[in-house]
Design a protein around this ligand. Sequence first.
Ligand code: NOJ
Length: 563
Amino acid sequence: MNKKWWKESVVYQIYPISFLDTNGDGIGDLRGIMSKLDYLKDLGIDVIWICPIYKSPNHDNGYDISDYQDIMKEFGTMDDFDLLLREAHARGLKIMMDLVLNHTSDEHPWFIESRSSKDNPKRDYYIWRKGKNGGPPNNWESYFSGSVWKYDETTDEYYMHLYSKHQPDLNWENQRVIDGMHEMVEWWLKKGVDGFRFDAIAHIVKAAGLPDGDNPNHLPTVRAYDLFSNLENVHTLLNNLYERVLFHYDIMTVGETSGLGPEQALSYVGDTRNELNMVFQFEHMQLDAASGGSGKWNIRPWNLLELKKVMSNWQTVLHEQGWNANYWCNHDQPRSVSRFGDDTRYRVESAKMLATFIHMLEGTPYIYQGEEIGMTNIAFQSIDDYRDVETLNFYEEQMNEGVPEEKIMQVIWKKSRDNARTPMQWNISEEAGFTKGRPWIRVNSNYALINVEDALKDPDSIYYHYKKLIALRKEHEVIVYGKYELLLADDEEIYVYTRTLGGSRLLVILNFFGNEPELTLPHDLNLDTRELLVSNYPVKGDDDLSQTFRLRPYEARVYMLKA
Ligand code: NOJ
């Protein structure tokens, strides 16, 4: 058992722009985060992951960085950051920075120079190519719709951007880019930050020669993800970053790596790899998207058997080989209770059930701001209320293709990243207590029902369920290190698994739907010795566990048994 503090930790993710505004400009800020450190400490979390706070023109809410060593003016100053770090550390909380190494902003001084002329010394810091047959250099499609290439008149060439046109991709084949990035990472580490979430790290290497993707249908652009995701040289570069910089600090690292399964993930997080501690995988996030077509926007219903298959695979393959990062939600995904639970009738029960699932798995659990109070998706009637560049590009593309607006909006209501980006709901005062000004994006109108202040007053709230789950992790080693085993693999409504470590066995029972299915447990479980650790309904007398019993809607129970 390879023990590490980051395996025993719980991470809370903050999307600063929507967390808490203290100066009335409608945009969250560092002082806002600072004023809620005690709230986070009380919840019991260990690490705060803060989405990008660097200087940025904000085309993608900070994921377009124009100065890596400065703070976005809307969020505050470097002095505010230093104070935040000190205040967090004083409370025993760690801070993990979100770092974008794949691309910069088009307002970064490197890019301004790079685009100025073909013989500028920084030209080769980015990926420039001549056009082909009067069009872009290849047919790759951007994550945010359209080609990955943007034509630039100044030098009559195209630059690559896997995301928005304001996010040009860096050229990681250039040693000066590598050195510059290493220096910058070290600069933050010297300040005392406790780790990094490396954004889009799977994409820093592109296929040699930038070949066209397969295009049997002769489309203008194709999803050629395999030509710029998880290529072998990413590992060489990460290993180099580790050996030169990260290795010297006791930190935690998590990489954002779409497009891989657990076997491939081991090449990032395998104990002997010296690259990253864990990665965010996307397989469970794709269960409600049909493959092909317009990717995540191409919605289909998810089902539990597939979820079991995906999660069990990650649990099994990584056990004692690497480490999982477990999450339901973040700033790029819809709200978990709306997507995988029931955000109306069983909002509280299903939010608690989903939390129980994540926190009892092997791996580090991540909580996204507002998840601990069961915040839900929004459905703005007008596209004008949306802010996310991905959503706006999708809307425009679909309108141009003649798709009826009503149909587009229905997809956006389910999948837009803005679902998770509406302001944190602190209390029932105007704008949910997020700001005294006009929020940069509208608050969800359900804040009178769903807010932190009320959650703190209600001992049965989702918040206290999270608090309990986190506390249990600190009490029982089996929750951190136990080996996972799936039971009743074919049950379409109930998810049951155990975790075993030495003489302790955890039994996790989860009803994923609103029905009341009957459950028959396998006979070899030692039920006589059971102790109920946590549940989302009262369990007493007749409700208690027997070999066969009926579960209530979205019921979740965790028992401690003897192995
Ligand atoms: C992944 C981030 O999580 C997302 O918010 C961002 O738009 C892209 N990477 C580009 O940086």
